[in-house]
Design a protein around this ligand. Structure first.
Ligand code: DON
Length: 323
């Protein structure tokens, strides 16, 4: 019977970083500064539905930019790849998540993981009305997490009141015909999708749903179309960690996405999903402990896509089969 290394590994990684107090909690959205800076949780959900967790895995926080890949998947389903590609590219920017920059040749935002691309993507979510569109997003995120989710109304109001930079980006894209005229409606959806409350377990389950090619492994529900999951993971791999994406691909080697409330979601294709929460961020807006924990988990389990052991691709088969 094979040894299951995950419980001991995540406990060890948690203990190693528990006392780290580097980084700062995000304050540019005023409501986010209420987060407990010491909060820290690590959860792993395998593509066959096992759940491992340590630390604060029940504490709710807003999903923020980790909403972006999932909404991108919905836009791909609603409009098809070519139509979505006309509105948002798939090139890394090497710039900050909130940079005000469009591709000069096409006037598209560079990719759906930075704010400009995510706002353009939100404009592509299908639905009869704005409430219908956010209901679809909430429903789909809930299906991926395996439970009903809700919006943090205080964070939403805080983003709405202070999101002038995002408003500027949206108007720039309106100017170039990349989004339709309803800027307020589009930003309303974008701010609401960022304000959806999740916990670490939700993040890991959503990641495992992507790892399990679109089917939630804990509920068995089909959530995302297989061809869209492939596109989502490819963009997460190259652009998910903003101007740290290249180094992330080098060091960790799996698709991932971070959010300014301190969440990190990582996907090991066909194997497992990782969800980490720790609100202190580095200068690029990525969770300090989240990144360190992911680097170590990926290293120790050999999860990097190009790991010489190629252990990542066979990981599940090596685990204990007994419940
Ligand atoms: O657009 C914003 O400012 C936020 N609602 C989302 C930003 C975010 O999470 C960036 N990630 N690190």
């Amino acid at each position: 019977m094979a040894h299951d290394p995950i419980p001991e590994l995540i406990a060890r990684v948690y203990e190693r970083h528990r006392d780290c107090d580097e980084g700062e909690v995000a304050t540019y959205i005023p409501e986010l500064c209420k987060a407990d800076p010491d909060g820290f949780g690590i959860c792993v959900v395998t593509a066959d539905g096992r759940v491992y967790e340590v630390g604060d895995c029940d504490v709710p926080f807003t999903i923020q930019s980790i909403s972006k890949p999932f909404v991108y998947g919905m836009a791909l389903e609603d409009h098809g790849r070519e139509e979505v590609l006309r509105r948002v590219g798939v090139e890394p920017t090497g710039e900050a998540f909130n940079s005000i920059v469009l591709d000069e040749a096409t006037m598209r935002p560079f990719n759906p993981m930075v704010n400009a691309g995510a706002i353009a993507t939100a404009a592509l979510v299908g639905g009869a009305s704005p409430p219908d569109r956010i209901a679809r997003v909430l429903g789909r995120f809930g299906a991926a997490a395996g439970r009903e989710l809700s919006i943090d109304q205080e964070v939403f109001a805080s983003e709405l009141a202070t999101g002038h930079r995002n408003r500027a980006i949206a108007h720039l894209m309106l100017n170039f015909g990349m989004i339709p005229g309803d800027v307020d409606g589009i930003l309303d959806l974008y701010f609401r999708q960022c304000s959806i409350l999740v916990n670490c377990r939700d993040l890991a389950t959503m990641a495992a749903t992507l790892a399990n090619v679109g089917t939630n492994p804990t509920t068995g529900q089909d959530v995302f179309r297989v061809d869209c999951v492939k596109d989502v993971l490819a963009v997460m791999f190259t652009c998910g960690m903003y101007d740290f994406s290249g180094e992330w691909a080098f060091r960790v080697g799996v698709p991932a996405k971070s959010g300014v409330a301190g969440g990190v979601l990582a996907v090991v294709n066909r194997q497992l999903g990782i969800g980490i929460w720790s609100p202190r961020l580095d200068a690029r807006g990525n969770s300090v402990r989240g990144i360190r924990a992911c680097v170590e988990i990926a290293d120790e389990l050999g999860l990097h896509a190009f790991d010489v052991m190629n252990y990542g691709s066979t990981f599940l088969r090596t685990l204990v089969r007994d419940p």
